[in-house]
Design a binder for this molecule. Structure first.
Ligand code: SF4
Length: 325
């Protein structure tokens, strides 16, 4: 680990000032400290924001939810989250061990960096860590890498589970910077690699995430998260599916679906959603719409299995959430 200065932000204003001069925000530290130990990250100043008053979880008018950026992953057990959007609770509970969930924050979770092993190996070529150096994963072991949203510069998956749920639910990220507050649609917040894989999010220098807003959705809303991984204990997704369905009068009226483990960012599945609207739930329907879940996929040498696995993951989660009434 390289030497660095440590600052504890007394309030939001002090945090923003430190962020403006290039300080890196830290809360739970469950990702950043690991990366600093491995010298993948070398901040000269770390700004501890864990004491800022950004942990509240509140119901918003009309049936939405505001999750403070410093709410812990463990706060997913909050009954207001579990009853309104179980897909969020399930995604968080499947993400990490209890110890990690009691340290890691929601803001940190969506900002976590890829688990690509070459990114974490400072001796490997990696455009994300060192722009222009190449991508060792393209010709290397790429079993866990992305099949959607890739570029010839980077094929790393985004590792967050709850980000998949936020994508499906049309969440908004609330940001605070020196020029005041602004909001960014979650679908625009995390950036696909393109030609600049080192640019991973829409944050401006020094901006602070203050909350994630989930808008109201038509009720009743059934939702849930399914994660497929190599082992049942805590592991990153090979594939996952966040599904939210509004079914009324025996017909699907609204469908919100996103996939994880397969994209360079959480991957929304509009083609699947559109094919569900106005249809009666049935096993046949779930299989039929899931067949297009991997359209546009570009598998690598070792991860072609994800194409079929993604379709089956989406079909299975539609069956779990939607039933076959
Ligand atoms: Fe780096 Fe992305 Fe290539 Fe992994 S996939 S080595 S993160 S450029």
């Amino acid at each position: 680990m390289e030497p660095f200065a440590y600052t504890k932000a007394a309030d939001t204003r002090a945090a923003l000032a430190a962020g403006q001069r290039g300080g890196r925000y830290i809360a739970g530290g469950t990702t950043l400290v690991d990366l600093m130990r491995e010298t993948v990250e070398r901040p000269t100043e770390v700004v501890d924001i864990a004491g800022l008053p950004l942990r509240d979880i509140t119901l918003t008018p009309g049936g939405g939810l505001r999750l403070g950026a410093l709410a812990l992953m463990a706060d997913a057990a909050d009954p207001r989250v579990r009853t309104t959007f179980p897909v969020i609770s399930e995604a968080l509970e499947l993400s990490a061990s209890a110890q990690l969930r009691n340290m890691a924050t929601l803001g940190g979770n969506i900002m976590q960096r890829t688990r690509c092993t070459y990114f974490r190996d400072v001796t490997a070529n990696c455009n994300k860590r060192s722009p222009g150096s190449g991508c060792a994963a393209l010709q290397g072991i790429n079993r866990s890498h992305a099949i959607l949203g890739t570029s010839d510069q980077c094929v790393a998956t985004h590792p967050s589970d709850v980000a998949v749920a936020f994508t499906a639910l049309d969440a908004t990220v609330r940001l605070l910077g020196p020029d005041g507050e602004r909001t960014v649609a979650f679908g625009d917040f995390l950036l696909p690699p393109g030609t600049t894989p080192d640019r991973e999010h829409a944050l401006r220098p020094g901006e602070l995430i203050t909350a994630i807003d989930i808008p109201p959705h038509p009720r009743p809303l059934r939702s849930g998260y399914l994660k497929v991984r190599d082992r049942q204990s805590y592991e990153f997704a090979l594939t996952s599916a966040a599904v939210a369905l509004h079914i009324q009068g025996g017909v699907v009226r609204a469908a919100k679906i996103a996939a994880g483990g397969v994209g360079t960012v959480p991957w929304r599945l509009p083609a699947v959603e559109q094919r569900l609207i106005g249809k009666r739930p049935s096993g046949e329907l779930w299989a039929q719409v899931a067949a297009v879940a991997a359209d546009g996929a570009r598998p690598l040498e070792h991860n072609a299995f994800k194409v079929e696995l993604l379709k089956r993951t989406v079909e299975r989660q539609l069956r779990i959430v939607g039933g076959t009434e």
